[in-house]
Ligand binder design. Structure first.
Ligand code: PEP
Ligand code: MG
Length: 759
């Protein structure tokens, strides 16, 4: 190995930078810096990322060694990957074997996969983040503390230069902004980095379906032959048949949520104001495609201005209908006109839109308004990948663009090359093997023989099939709100009973945990117009809604109790903030039991009642809650949100949403201790239960019951099999003693055998 000459390097860079004062192009200069560093350090890769304070995002701006198409396209959020962490924590991070590091972010297609040694040094001006200087090498443990020092010296020099140039260009941009019109759809980047909302990969063509945009998204066909009135009438007939078929099919497959889901489509189609008006325009000599687009636009305009949410929600239905009609008109041969082979880009989507588009075979979703928790959950249940990106990024994707979505990592490849497709074929295969439930054992045990139970989270009845496939020991969480969200009115007790009974029957004697309605927060019912809340997450959500609306609550409780007759069922209440909340809710359930008894209707008198541990206030009174309730279930998604005051759906603070925050670790420990003390069952049902990094901690504090999305069950069982309780308990003790986020992160990294050398 040639000797590294770090002192020469620092001098050379100083000279390069002094030339920059003479007005040299910044891109060229950064490129020269990375080339020079890579060559002096004998590193395989050297890259510079520049930090954007507003977006809290790093963008690759120069590289030697990675695919140059990644420049401008690879983006990392603050805290994301080893580089993002170095910049967030304002310190160099040196990792000997990157592939074993939890923080490592892998971007296929940019040739990063061959490098093990990874050294990221933040470029700082005081505490101001400017960017990062990164080197990589294929030989593990290649970088030394001396290299860290040299890169720090270079980073310090780069900081001043970059900051000066940035200030200048910001001033220029400001001046230009007032003169520039809205950006056109131009595509200059081959990769977009967003945030994963539902995992999986999807391939397909981009199709923009923007409900907030009044412009019609009907595809114009430049070669279309003129269409007659008869052609249009045939298209209407065919569209009606398709929708009818779709409705029947969906009602069978998704009985709990798909009742009359396409009814608005049919109503609008049959409305004379709609089809009649299109016919009128065609008779006046307007081309049929144009006539459809015109009337769709008129409807969109009227619907989107409506004061009633129920009407506003129909905007997407009209657009969808217009697309279907147009496709049927243009392509008389095809008989589906669905979204197979297409990835939908939308500003906003409703859970019912997701259901409809899923029935129409859409491949994936890209959403640009942030993702509500219910949208993420429903997409996961339907197995459709979903990625959230910014409005600006979405606007830059032209319709018809070939894309590959890696929703696991939140990456969208635009016009991907064959090497990206090949890579993903292999990754897909590996993913399938990893998530295959066929080989799962009935019982899950640690290496030392400790029995652990894995339950399923159920959102839609269709989740029962994969739950049975992995031999779930029961349902640890049934999110009951979806049948409420997709309807036009509250479902009756009888309608609910039918759904809940199916759930109980299909679990064939295994325990079922019903969670009462959790609406509010980021999902209101469109037919229940509550006051507009300034802080809906702190407002009329979950058990608060149920306690305020006793009739609706009682109907649901009666349906749960009836469905549980002769079965092993439990009921838990979401967002409980006090013992009083819990007792008030359970008292209503007791009243329901008395009335069912008086009416002679069968129900489960042994139903257990539990608390979802999601609020800091509940943690403070956990001892009293554990004494009062039959069981506790940790809802880690909300527990993290409310303990850290970080909105779980807000992109801008996603780097602060930390499951390993010492406060969260200690809260979980307190909850488990209270359960043990009062001999009450404690389980965990939030996404944290599927986080492999945190599993040793969770086992170590004494959690033995996990409720997770079925897709994660094989991995959980495999990881549990590899762990030993004594080791897990030691890990938990160590983590509980740490008071800083950075200490917990360093500990987790260390455990993954990714040596870090502090500079
Ligand atoms: C949770 O908060 O962890 C939870 C399981 O409930 P939801 O995700 O439905 O809010
Ligand atoms: Mg919750």
């Amino acid at each position: 190995m040639m000797k590294k000459r770090n002192v020469d390097l620092v001098c050379d860079i100083a000279e390069l930078i002094s030339l920059a004062e003479g007005g040299r192009d910044r891109r060229e200069l950064l490129q020269q810096v990375v080339t020079s560093v890579a060559s002096h350090m004998q590193a395989d890769v050297c890259s510079i990322y520049i930090y954007d304070e507003e977006d809290k995002e790093l963008t690759l701006r120069a590289t030697q060694g990675l695919d140059e198409r990644a420049i401008g396209a690879v983006k990392l959020k603050l805290g994301e990957g080893i580089t993002g962490r170095a910049v967030r924590e304002l310190r160099p991070i040196c990792v000997g074997t990157a592939s074993r590091s939890d923080s490592y972010k892998f971007f296929p297609g940019i040739h990063e996969e061959d490098y093990e040694a990874f050294l990221a040094v933040p470029i700082l001006r005081g505490l101001r983040r400017i960017g990062a200087l990164v080197v990589q090498a294929d030989e593990a443990n290649y970088f030394t503390p001396n290299d860290v020092k040299a890169l720090r010296a270079i980073a310090a020099q780069l900081a001043t230069m970059i900051e000066n140039v940035q200030l200048l260009s910001e001033a220029r941009l400001e001046a230009a902004a007032s003169e520039t019109a809205a950006p056109k759809k131009v595509i200059s980047e081959s990769l977009i980095k967003g945030r994963s909302a539902s995992t999986g990969t999807a391939r397909g063509k981009a199709f923009t379906l923007d409900s907030a945009n009044s412009e019609s998204c009907v595809l114009p066909d430049p070669d279309a032959k003129p269409h007659s009135l008869e052609d249009f009438e045939r298209a209407v007939e065919k569209t009606a048949e398709q929708i009818d078929r779709l409705q029947r099919q969906t009602s069978e497959e998704l009985a709990d949520v798909a009742v009359l889901i396409f009814s608005a489509h049919l109503l609008i189609l049959e409305d004379d104001q709609f089809s009649g008006r299109i016919k009128g325009l065609i008779e006046e000599g307007c081309e049929a495609v144009k006539a459809i687009a015109t009337v769709v636009d008129e409807y969109v305009e009227v619907f989107s201005k409506s004061k009633m949410p129920l009407i506003r929600e129909k905007v997407l239905d009209v657009k969808d209908l217009g697309n279907r009609l147009t496709r049927n008109l243009l392509n008389e041969e095809a008989d589906t006109a669905d979204y197979q082979g297409q990835i939908i880009i939308a500003h906003e989507l409703l859970p019912s839109d997701i259901l409809k588009l899923s029935a129409e075979n859409v491949e994936g979703f890209i959403v640009s308004s942030g993702v509500t928790s219910h949208n993420a959950i429903i997409s996961r249940s339907l197995g459709i990948p979903m990625v959230a990106i910014s409005r600006e990024q979405a606007d830059a994707i032209p319709d018809g663009e070939e894309m590959l979505m890696d929703a696991e990592q939140g990456i969208i490849y635009l016009h991907p090359g064959p090497e990206v497709y090949d890579k993903y074929r292999d990754l897909d295969q590996a993913w399938r093997v990893l998530h295959d439930a066929a080989d799962m054992k009935e019982e899950t045990r640690t290496r030392c023989g400790q029995r652990i139970s894995i339950f399923a989270n159920i959102n839609l009845l269709s989740d029962l099939k994969p739950a049975r496939e992995f031999k779930a020991e029961g349902v640890g969480l049934y999110r009951s709100e979806f049948p409420f969200i997709v309807r036009n009115d509250f479902p009756t007790e009888e309608e609910q009973y039918v759904i809940y009974k199916k759930l109980v029957d299909q679990m064939e004697g295994r325990m079922v945990t019903f969670r009462t309605l959790d609406i509010g927060g980021d999902k209101m019912l469109s037919y229940y117009s509550n006051v507009n809340e300034a802080n809906p997450f702190l407002g009329m959500r979950a058990i608060r809604f149920s306690l305020e609306n006793k009739d609706i609550f009682s109907q649901q409780l009666r349906a749960f109790l009836r469905a549980g007759a002769d079965a092993d069922t439990r009921i838990m209440f979401p967002l409980v903030s006090s013992v009083d909340d819990f007792i008030a809710a359970r008292d209503i359930a007791y009243e329901c039991m008395s009335s069912l008894d008086a009416e002679g209707i069968a129900f489960n008198p042994d139903t257990k009642f539990g608390v979802m541990m999601e609020l800091p206030s509940a943690v403070e009174v956990v001892d009293e809650l554990a004494q009062e309730a039959d069981f506790l279930s940790i809802g880690s998604n909300d527990l993290i949100q409310y303990m850290l005051a970080v909105d779980r759906t807000n992109e801008m603070v996603s780097s602060l949403y930390l499951a390993h925050h010492p406060a969260i670790l200690r809260a979980i420990n307190r909850i488990v201790r209270a359960g043990l003390k009062y001999e009450k069952d404690v389980s965990i049902c939030g996404d944290l239960s599927a986080d492999p990094r945190m599993l040793p901690f969770l086992l170590g504090v004494g959690l033995k019951k996990f409720s997770i999305d079925s897709v994660n069950a094989p991995t959980l069982q495999r990881l549990v099999n590899e762990l030993n309780m004594e080791e897990a308990e030691k890990i938990a003790r160590t983590m509980l003693a740490l008071g800083r986020i950075s200490e917990v992160e360093a500990f987790l990294l260390e455990r993954n055998l990714a040596p870090e050398c502090e500079a």
